[in-house]
Design a protein around this ligand. Structure first.
Ligand code: NAP
Length: 884
């Protein structure tokens, strides 16, 4: 058997009558084959349909020279059968397309799958029959198919994108698409070849085409990041790991972020020296590991533009080292997107190829193609005589194969085309509301292309087949996502996307490569392991978000949203739950302080600022420590007096260090974090009075501290928010100092515990109702609690400085924060509010752990800047008024 040729023994079905099965599958690639195997084992009658003439899916079609896997192939394999794993050995770290195709053929033969596959058959239409509760598929060959369940295993990158260049049909030479490469190969010897496109397909094929062609001209629109594959035998350490604990590694991959068993980096770029960063980079560059380079250098490379730029610069340096002609090197160097925001490539001699005398790079950003002519390609500057054009122009990804295959009509005649007119809507990327019994394997909304597809496919197939079995056992015949669940998933997808840098790139992940396609980030960015956990949780919570129905009116609908928390908040809370910590209030004040100190020691270090300086200021009853954070920019700067959180019992001037650093950087202001006195040693009103005294002291010493003229600002989190709010009231009533604005983050404002947020979020979100009771009891006797210095909501609210109040959805203190904002506004105080959805009490102070808090902190910094600006404007108005 030659490479790429796999024995065909397809199922024979005659035309005419309808073929009736339990489940129909479209696609006989990685997903379709495993589906057939699992469905058959579960006792479902099944047929798979594929336009190809054999198994293989993407590996059947993409036979271009140089086509290879770019995830280590031992990871890009089925893991469902240990015997299969023993029976197949990969010959290289990154297997070639023919070898992968042989593997899929081997799998098809081993499990005798071909007998249920109708090759060379295109599905022309699929419509749901509500009365029969079946899908009817029409096909271009053989009988129609009637099935209870319809599963699209059509792949994410199987619908080639048209080249969108004028004159293609005028070309007299040969035209090939990498995605539809002829099975017998193409003889390029002695020919003038053009390759259009420099994504993974172009980058893999260009070095080999350059070796064959007389002349190769590469037409590049956007340079891409490529890393050397350093292909060869499987590295010895990986082989040893697999030999030692194959199952452990497989399990690790299933619960990882990308579906590959390597732990992501935990060090932040700013905690590493330049030499350390370079050393890590060189090691990965030499190892040839794409997922490694995407995840293992430093923790902020994929979420923070600055951390990413450090890595991108190192790759750019490499390109300039390899490519001899500086102009070509510059043209090949990507500058328009962060590394990883667009799919990076793994190459073999890609950049070196541009040192060959027979290779020319045409930078389409400088000279766009105007047309293809009979003899070649014209740009707006010159003409190229060409014999062969290779389009490596990519795919209408993720939705293309589903939408283009045929019209799909669901319940009530609803067309999928219409439902997806503004972008794909799914629940989990697996199902679509109003399309009962339809499943998409690795569909839009699932980790899919941002993961090791083999791992994601197995997870999807297992989940779907297990659901079908459970459905059958429970006597139900239909399963369908609810609108609520689907809308909730869209919101969760959007929340996840804010953490990543994908928004900063034009890519096929978002549909930007296809003119007119609605743009939305299609793959799920929350990670393979978290996604798997969510799918499992849906089952354990009684098929949350699904309607099930059966004969005689049997039905079940457990409506709701599976994830309402921000993705990283969910991870943090799950991690805390797994730690099974005793309640903080059971530790006593000393024990709780010890716990907080230990907890803080494990968090990522704060980012660098211009200067961090400790000092002592005068509190209400003696000296207090403070820590000052100064921006790196030239001063003087506005000053913010900051009060840390901790329920008036815990914490100190250093305990909100990462938050102070972050806010100092973002606002470009000095933060003075005050070590006010704590209960039980110093009960109410010690903390409040210290807050006021410290603010007065800072205002009086502003110039010495490097502060700008003008009012100081106050800010605080939690109990610190309470102290900041109280300080503003005391400053108004006691003749100063002048406070220009108050930033209150999840503040305590009142001693009433009957607002809904106290009940809704009483437990499970770290700050519990029980803990708040404990804090209040330690700080303040019941008789004192209504004093405005403890409950500022009960004080006089007129004439206070402008406020910005942040509340979090899953926080017992949410409603009293909102109440304070509303009460201030009602009393004529300018108030801005941020009601942070999906966040918990600690979200904004867990800098670099809760990345989704970045947007909120940006808004807080803007609010602080606006306070200063309006104070300055107010001052200049006063001066003008005095002058006139
Ligand atoms: P791609 O990444 O979308 O790249 C298409 C290339 O064609 C881009 O450089 C694009 O430029 C260019 N292009 C598209 N239309 C053009 C036009 N009208 N004029 C000029 N240039 C045009 O497609 P791909 O290379 O086929 O790869 C798609 C995905 O398949 C990969 O990202 C990867 O996930 C997968 N893949 C994987 C492997 C593997 O190693 N396992 C191999 C191949 C593909 P712009 O960037 O400016 O749009």
């Amino acid at each position: 058997m030659s490479d790429g040729v796999v024995e065909t023994r397809a199922s024979e079905v005659s035309g005419g009558e309808t073929q009736t099965v339990d489940v129909a599958v479209v696609g006989a690639g990685f997903a379709g084959l495993y589906l057939l195997h699992r469905l058959r084992k579960a006792g479902f009658s099944t047929v798979a349909l594929d336009t190809a003439n054999d198994v293989g899916g993407t590996w059947y079609w993409n036979r271009y020279p140089g086509a290879r896997c770019d995830i280590q192939t031992v990871d890009y394999s089925y893991t469902f059968d240990p015997e299969l794993e023993k029976a197949w050995q990969w010959s290289e770290k990154y297997a070639t397309q023919p070898e992968i195709l042989r593997y899929l053929g081997f799998v098809a033969d081993r499990y005798d799958l071909r007998r249920d596959i109708r090759f060379g058959t295109r599905v022309l239409g699929a419509s749901w029959d509500d009365a029969k509760e079946r899908w009817l598929l029409t096909t271009d060959k053989g009988p129609a198919v009637s099935c209870r369940h319809y599963i699209m295993a059509t792949g994410c990158l199987s619908q080639p994108k048209p080249p969108e260049i004028d004159g293609v049909h005028d070309f007299k030479g040969e035209i090939y698409f990498t995605s539809r490469w002829p099975h017998d190969g193409v003889d390029l010897r002695g020919k003038r070849v053009a390759v259009i496109g420099t994504g993974s397909s172009g980058i893999q094929s260009i070095p080999i085409i350059a070796e064959q062609a007389a002349q190769l001209t590469v037409f590049q629109r956007t340079p891409n990041f490529a890393l050397p594959a350093h292909n060869g035998p499987l590295p010895a350490d990986r082989a040893a790991q697999l030999a030692e604990d194959r199952n452990g590694l497989r399990e690790q991959a299933r619960w990882s972020m990308a579906g590959v068993p390597i732990p992501p980096a935990t060090d932040f770029s700013w905690a590493l020296s330049e030499a350390e960063r370079r050393e890590r980079f060189e090691k990965l560059w030499a190892s040839g590991d794409l997922v490694g380079m995407l995840t293992q250098l430093w923790a902020d490379q994929g979420v923070d533009p600055d951390g990413n730029a450090l890595l991108a610069d190192l790759i750019r340096e490499k390109i300039h080292e390899i490519v001899k002609d500086p102009e070509t090197a510059a043209a090949l160097t990507p500058h328009d997107h962060p590394f990883g925001a667009k799919r990076p490539c793994l190459d073999t001699n890609y950049y070196q190829t541009f040192n060959r005398p027979n290779v020319t790079l045409v930078n389409l950003r400088q000279e766009p193609i105007t047309s293809i002519t009979a003899d070649g390609i014209k740009t707006d500057r010159r003409s190229f005589d060409i014999d062969v054009i290779v389009f490596a122009t990519g795919f209408d990804a993720m939705t293309g194969a589903i939408r283009a295959v045929h019209p799909i009509t669901g319940r009530g005649g609803k067309s999928l085309e219409d439902v997806w007119a503004n972008g794909p809507q799914t629940y989990l990327g697996l199902t679509v509301a109003d399309f009962p019994n339809l499943f998409l394997i690795t569909g839009p909304g699932s980790p899919s292309v941002l993961s090791n597809m083999a791992v994601s496919i197995e997870q999807h197939v297992d989940w779907v087949v297990d659901r079908l079995v459970a459905l059958r056992e429970a006597g139900f015949t239909t399963i369908e996502a609810t609108e609520t669940a689907q809308a909730g998933w869209a919101r969760h997808m959007a929340d996840c996307a804010t953490v990543t840098l994908h928004r900063l790139a034009n890519t096929w992940y978002t549909g930007a490569n296809v003119p007119g396609k609605p743009q939305t980030l299609m793959p799920y960015t929350g990670g393979v392991g978290p996604y798997r956990g969510i799918c499992n949780e849906i089952v354990s919570r009684g098929m949350l978000g699904f309607k099930l129905s059966g004969p005689n009116g049997a039905s079940q609908c457990n409506d709701g949203e599976i994830v309402r928390l921000q993705p990283d908040v969910r991870l943090v809370l799950n991690m805390l739950a797994e730690m099974n910590l005793p309640p903080i209030e059971s530790m006593g004040a000393a024990g709780a302080r010890e716990f907080v100190a230990q907890f803080n020691a494990t968090r990522p270090p704060g980012r660098p600022v211009g200067e961090v300086k400790d000092g002592t200021l005068q509190g209400a009853d003696g000296p207090l420590p403070y820590r000052l954070y100064r921006p790196a920019t030239p001063g003087p700067h506005p000053i913010v007096v900051y009060f840390h959180g901790g329920g008036w019992v815990l914490g100190d001037e250093q305990s909100d260090d990462p938050f102070c650093r972050d806010m100092c950087r973002r606002s470009n202001m000095i933060f003075v974090s005050v070590g006010y006195r704590h209960a039980p040693e110093h009960r109410f009103p010690a903390a409040a009075e210290d807050g006021y005294a410290a603010t007065r002291w800072v205002a009086e010493h502003a110039a010495e501290l490097g502060g700008r003229d003008g009012p100081v600002l106050v800010a605080g989190w939690s109990a610190g928010g309470n102290i900041a709010a109280v300080t503003c009231q005391l400053a108004r009533d006691r003749g100063g100092p002048l406070v220009g604005g108050q930033l209150l983050v999840c503040p305590v404002t009142d001693c009433s515990f009957d607002r809904p947020s106290y009940t809704d979020n009483a437990a499970g979100y770290f700050l519990t109702r029980g803990l708040m009771y404990w804090f209040w009891d330690i700080y303040c006797s019941p008789a004192d609690r209504t004093d405005p210095r403890a409950s500022p909501l009960r004080g006089k609210l007129q004439g206070l400085p402008p406020a910005y109040i942040v509340t979090c959805e899953f926080d017992p203190l949410r409603d009293e924060g909102v109440a304070y904002a509303e009460a201030l506004a009602a009393n004529g105080v300018p108030v801005g509010q941020l009601k942070a959805h999906g966040h918990f009490h600690s979200s904004f102070t867990m800098v670099d752990v809760v990345i989704t808090g970045v947007g909120g902190r940006m808004q807080m910094a803007e609010a602080l800047q606006a306070f200063t600006q309006s104070a300055e404007e107010g001052e200049s108005q006063e001066i003008n008024a005095a002058a006139s």
